[in-house]
Design a protein around this ligand. Structure first.
Ligand code: SF4
Length: 92
């Protein structure tokens, strides 16, 4: 199947589809979006980053990234052992 591009040229539909972001459970999470922007820094982990935060609320522990968001929403949770992003800065 073909479609016209903005210049009137015929192109196949496969070419019009942009590369999808990595999806988790059929939707793009904030963490996925953040990782697509800031990449990965292999060999380093979020738990050693100065932007990593541990929050306690109603007896439960939540791990957050200050750079990403610290809302109380589950969507902004990260894991201690996530591979660090390129914004990683070591704790002192
Ligand atoms: S490494 Fe990146 S994602 Fe992980 S806590 Fe630090 S800034 Fe946040």
């Amino acid at each position: 199947m073909k479609q016209l591009d903005i210049y009137g040229n015929e192109i196949s539909l496969e070419e019009t589809e942009s590369k999808p972001l990595d999806h988790q459970g059929g939707r793009t999470t904030l963490k996925t979006w953040f990782r697509n922007c800031h990449g990965f820094r292999q060999g380093f982990y979020c738990k050693n980053c100065k932007f990593f935060e541990i929050k306690m609320r109603k007896g439960q522990v939540y791990h957050k990234c200050v750079k990403m968001s610290t809302s109380s929403c589950r969507e902004t949770d990260i894991r201690k052992n996530d591979i660090a992003c390129n914004l990683y800065e070591s704790k002192k």
